[in-house]
Design a protein. Structure first.
Length: 119
């Protein structure tokens, strides 16, 4: 069982940076693939980035976002730079035993944190 709690969201202007954190409970954090997803109003939840032994990014955030993890602290991060209004969404972290880019592949989810980017 893994419990996930996101933090760090907020209201920023286009071009600004923001760092999200996801604190995980459980002693097996390091064995999971950890990912970030986001969901904008009226849209489906979409893959953003994942970090296991390899790092994966959605094309829309590649070069602007960086996913990292600190297994000693059981924490996943998402550094978001050069934010755009289209990045506005609720951001969720998720955990799975294997890498997936789909929502269905992930067993555990946090409650989400809102990121709003104004133009």
């Amino acid at each position: 069982q893994v419990q996930l709690v996101e933090s760090g969201g907020g209201l920023v202007q286009a071009g600004d940076s923001l760092r999200l954190s996801c604190a995980a409970s459980g002693r097996t954090f390091s064995s999971y693939i950890m990912a970030w997803f986001r969901q904008a109003p009226g849209k489906e939840r979409e893959f953003v980035a994942a970090r296991g032994g390899i790092t994966y990014y959605a094309d829309s955030v590649k070069g602007r976002f960086t996913v990292s993890r600190d297994n000693a602290k059981n924490t996943l991060y998402l550094q978001m730079n050069s934010l755009k209004p289209e990045d506005t969404a609720v951001y969720y972290c998720a955990a799975a035993p294997t890498y997936y880019r789909t929502v269905q592949g992930y067993d555990y989810w946090g409650q989400g944190t809102q990121v709003t980017v104004s133009s």
